[in-house]
Design a protein around this ligand. Structure first.
Ligand SMILES: Cc1cc2nc3c(=O)[nH]c(=O)nc-3n(C[C@H](O)[C@H](O)[C@H](O)COP(=O)(O)OP(=O)(O)OC[C@H]3O[C@@H](n4cnc5c(N)ncnc54)[C@H](O)[C@@H]3O)c2cc1C
Length: 476
């Protein structure tokens, strides 16, 4: 009698190579049923945002094509994962479910319940690590606790046994005699309905495993060598832009680690350090599951945040009057991504210059980023706001003019995303309010009409932020 099929439940591991759950199923020799279940409620309060849903649609389409090339197919379902998995077990006669682990608190709780329920019914339930270099609970301080500071965490990771070499994609997958029915991808309703705001996303990205590998190849062929020196420059393509691919598991951190380790020099080594920032964020989320919702430092619970609706709206639309902030917010809106340095500047502007709560910024990024990632987004917002683990001190307030001049020296990044200012000379591109009338006229800029005047004076806003901060009790 032929073996019953194994159900491979795909989630944030939308790839064939280095996919331990898929590989284990393939190696067992049983027919494989690969399934994706869109379970919005399973994510708790953190249902995917619009840009993420756009990405997911295209990533699933790409995976369907890749599985078809192996003679397999992807079954799509919608609804609570437990219910849909049960239906698939029933329909296929499968006696085993394999998946790769997720680390978001609501998803983790759901998955644990599913595992118990399957095992209680004698169904094999196996989970694997596919998204992290190190499981969050395996890296610990000398006293066995979680790390709260990045540098010793990164040192501990580097001293740990190296992550295993990436697995090859299965050469073939056996098909069950009868494949369960799949919903058409369109039924998942992941794409925007009118208006279609995704044109800039389509022009910027190729979701899917092949797109991820192409990005990696481009990065390895050039930018990685100068990564250490140039990664803070938004005006040049100096970073990998792999974050959405990593989030959806179209490429694995193990693949990146081993690709970087094969190369000499400060660039590849610094790239590993950034991958370890991602690991640190997951470590924090694992040990502090309220990270996306609550101040990690609870003395910040008393912080006097402002209710600045107009400021928040101007920030979201890229109309603050500070060119580097506006360029970043418009890059985000157009492409679904923003350079890391500019994320820091724009986030600092929201929480410090406008005193708007970091959760408002976190929510906006969650909806608009193609790489929206619960661990990275929460840890980074708390880092910028000063209330997170190993955070930038609150009194370190980014000056958007000096940051712009340092990291976008010729103003090319601003010119690209804020075309109203494109003809301003570099001297004024980050401080247009200082240009004289003749210069503004020659550049076709009329402040307050085409491009806005500054919504706050940074010097005044900085003093206000420091005064607010000084009212907090000092951390123990
Ligand atoms: C306010 C704010 C919000 C952020 N929100 C997210 C988010 O939702 N999702 C997300 O993936 N990243 C987030 N980041 C981190 C960082 O900006 C992006 O990971 C990075 O810009 C992605 O570009 P890249 O792939 O070219 O990075 P590279 O420089 O090529 O780095 C390689 C990978 O390392 C990881 N990485 C790099 N920097 C960081 C960092 N500071 N923290 C954690 N991981 C890092 C990412 O997975 C990245 O893809 C946020 C940063 C800030 C300041």
């Amino acid at each position: 009698m032929s073996k019953p099929p194994v159900l491979v439940w795909l989630r944030q591991d939308l790839r064939l190579a280095d996919n331990p759950a898929l590989r284990a199923a393939a190696e067992g020799g049983a027919p494989v049923v690969a399934a994706y279940v869109l379970d919005d409620d399973g994510a708790g309060a953190w249902k995917r945002g619009g840009a993420s849903r756009w990405w997911l649609h295209h990533s699933l389409a790409s995976l369907q094509r890749d599985l078809a090339a192996l003679g397999a197919s992807l079954v799509l379902r919608i609804g609570p994962a437990a219910r849909e998995l049960d239906a698939l077990l029933e329909e296929t006669g499968a006696r085993a479910v394999y998946w790769n682990r997720c680390y978001e608190p609501a998803t983790r709780a759901r998955d644990e319940a599913i595992k118990w329920s399957l095992q209680a019914r004698g169904i094999e339930a196996r989970s694997f690590n596919a998204s992290l270099l190190f499981e969050p609970w395996t890296i610990a301080t000398q006293t066995g606790g979680p790390f709260k500071v990045y540098s010793p965490f990164a040192r501990a990771c580097r001293a740990a046994p190296a992550p295993a070499a990436p697995l090859a994609a299965p050469a073939s997958l056996a098909r069950p005699a009868a494949m369960p029915a799949s919903l058409p991808l369109e039924a998942l309703a992941l794409l925007p309905v009118a208006p279609d705001w995704a044109g800039g996303l389509r022009a910027s990205w190729t979701p899917g495993e092949a797109g991820a590998q192409a990005r990696l190849a481009t990065f390895l062929a050039g930018p990685i060598a100068g990564y250490k020196e140039e990664r803070n420059r938004p005006d040049i393509e100096a970073t990998s832009r792999l974050s959405p691919h990593l989030h959806f598991g179209e490429i694995s951190p193990r693949q990146l680690w081993h690709a970087a380790k094969l190369r000499e020099g400060g660039g590849p080594d610094h790239f590993v350090s950034e991958i370890l920032w991602r690991e640190f964020a997951y470590h924090l989320l694992h040990h502090f599951p309220h990270l996306p919702e609550r101040n990690w430092r609870d003395d910040f619970d008393a912080f006097p945040w402002a209710e600045d609706k107009a400021g928040l709206a101007a920030w979201r639309r890229g109309r603050t009057g500070y060119p580097i902030v506006d360029a970043g917010m418009r890059e985000l809106w157009t492409t679904g991504w923003m350079h890391n340095r500019v994320r820091m500047i724009a986030a600092s502007f929201l929480v410090k210059d406008l005193l708007v709560h970091w959760r408002q910024g976190e929510d906006w990024f969650w909806d608009t980023l193609v790489d929206a990632d619960l661990a990275n987004n929460a840890a980074s917002w708390q880092w910028v706001a000063g209330c997170g683990a190993d955070a930038a001190p609150y009194f370190r307030v980014f000056n958007p003019v000096l940051q712009g001049e340092k990291f976008d020296p010729a103003g090319d990044y601003v010119r690209r995303f804020v075309p109203e200012l494109a003809r301003l000379p570099a001297k004024f591109i980050h401080r247009p309010w200082e240009a004289d009338d003749a210069t503004l006229r020659a550049a076709g800029v009329e402040l307050g009409r085409g491009y806005p005047r500054r919504i706050v004076d940074h010097g005044v806003a900085r003093d206000r932020a420091l005064a607010a901060f000084s009212k907090l009790r000092k951390p123990a």
